[in-house]
Ligand binder design. Structure first.
Ligand SMILES: Cc1cc2nc3c(=O)[nH]c(=O)nc-3n(C[C@H](O)[C@H](O)[C@H](O)COP(=O)(O)OP(=O)(O)OC[C@H]3O[C@@H](n4cnc5c(N)ncnc54)[C@H](O)[C@@H]3O)c2cc1C
Length: 383
């Protein structure tokens, strides 16, 4: 072998480890890729499904997110209604709600340490910004009731101990979960159904015709053939499909040393959800603030923005862990995927080629729903 760029699969690798006669190849082992495989196998139990993932562990965003099982804060939903209209904004909220229900029923809430009582809570710095939104929650609750089945999805809640205005708005349809457990549960579920997951391979391009799709991977000399292809590459899609209307953006996340978190019972959103924080046991996770760092938009490479990390640390010190000393013990970035619209893309884009992507900052909630829509679209059947 003269180098990895000319790697030829052995007979055993090609026929048994990858497998021939693939019914569905999925690119990307994030929440969408894994759930698409699970739903497709449930529809077609004997189908050969293989997921190809370029990363060694986890995925782009699915193993690196904050674990908010959220459908939207007041300011976010109201802003979406303003921009996209009521029908469109509410249909995205419904997709998130339905996705969350699907996710919980796929993996079981206790297996992902789903804490329903750790609702979403939007916090504000002053009375004026709080009142601007609190005055509108009755109308919003009426609009959301058919989706969440709750008479009051949003309610005013006392926020006594944080460096914010003393009242916030909680969303009773939201909760928190453990991102690592969710990822490993989905992976085990897929593997248990007979799905193969091959890591460390990156799809370079594909060619499709009426009967099959040929997949050309970096480093592998010969293509792999499949009957159908699902592209679930979210923020990284433009490498494969440059015309797709997706915008990557990098989000920084940090986790503190052990601190007192008893005053942080919820999953908090601030500034239209751009900044979010929660307790993970005796530590605090905080992420976001990319609206203060515009260079993070368009960025699809993992890496650190030290100024962003310092901003999050200072925010914690000023508003969340006031009076406590702490260190940042973990910091990482993840790449999420937005675009000009809020809604995800689930589509057939050619002969036997399908996409499920653009999940924004809500992929934990919406991912299983998008995967369900994608799997049923590919098979032409529903569960
Ligand atoms: C820091 C951060 C915090 C977040 N917090 C939350 C939250 O609290 N709640 C919430 O609902 N959402 C949150 N999100 C968003 C959520 O994580 C994403 O919307 C969701 O994980 C997207 O899932 P996915 O499967 O579409 O994409 P991904 O998880 O990004 O998976 C796509 C996969 O495709 C692979 N891939 C790409 N190109 C190729 C190729 N050519 N060949 C092979 N493989 C390829 C990538 O390596 C990647 O693993 C957050 C996102 C980030 C970045």
């Amino acid at each position: 072998m003269s180098g990895t760029s000319s790697y030829r699969l052995s007979y055993w690798e090609r026929e048994h480890l990858v497998g021939s006669d693939i019914d569905l190849a999925i690119i990307g082992a994030g929440i969408v890729g894994l759930c698409t495989a699970i739903y497709y196998k449930r529809i077609h139990p004997t189908a050969k499904v293989v997921i190809f993932e370029k990363m060694p562990l986890g995925a782009g965003a699915s193993s690196r997110n904050a674990g908010f099982a959220c459908i939207g804060s007041t300011s976010e939903i109201l802003s979406d209604i303003n921009i996209y209209g009521e029908a469109k904004a509410l249909s995205v909220v419904k997709q998130r709600y339905d996705g969350l229900e699907r996710l919980k029923s796929l993996v079981g809430p206790s297996n992902i340490y789903y804490q329903h009582s750790a609702h979403g809570c939007e916090v504000f710095t002053d009375a004026e910004s709080f009142e601007k939104y609190s005055e509108l929650i009755d109308g919003l609750n009426d609009m959301l009731c058919p989706i969440t089945k709750l008479r009051k999805t949003f309610e005013v809640e006392s926020i006594n101990t944080l460096g914010f205005y003393h009242q916030g708005l909680i969303n009773r349809a939201e909760g928190l979960l453990n991102t690592g457990l969710l990822y490993s549960q989905l992976e085990s579920l897929a593997v248990g159904l007979g799905v193969k997951i091959i890591r460390g391979v990156s799809l370079r391009h594909f060619e499709s015709n009426a009967t099959s799709v040929s997949l050309y991977f970096e480093k592998w000399v010969r293509p792999i053939h499949t009957r159908n292809l699902a592209i679930c590459t979210n923020a990284f899609t433009q490498n494969l499909l440059p015309e797709m209307a997706v915008t990557p953006s990098r989000n920084q996340v940090v986790v503190t040393s052990i601190v007192d978190t008893t005053h942080i019972p919820y999953g908090y959103h601030f500034d239209k959800g751009y900044i979010y924080f929660r307790a993970i046991g005796d530590r605090v996770l905080i992420g976001g603030a990319r609206h203060h760092f515009p260079q993070e938009d368009g960025q699809r490479k993992f890496g650190s923005n030290e100024a962003n990390i310092e901003f999050l640390k200072q925010f914690l010190q000023d508003k969340v862990l006031t009076g406590q000393s702490f260190n940042i013990e973990y910091s990482w970035s993840g790449i999420l995927c937005g675009g000009e619209n809020r809604d995800p893309i689930v589509n057939a884009i050619g002969d036997r080629v399908f996409v499920g992507l653009r999940l924004g900052g809500m992929g934990v909630a919406i991912g299983a729903q998008i995967a369900y829509e994608l799997a049923t679209m590919i098979s032409g059947r529903s569960l």
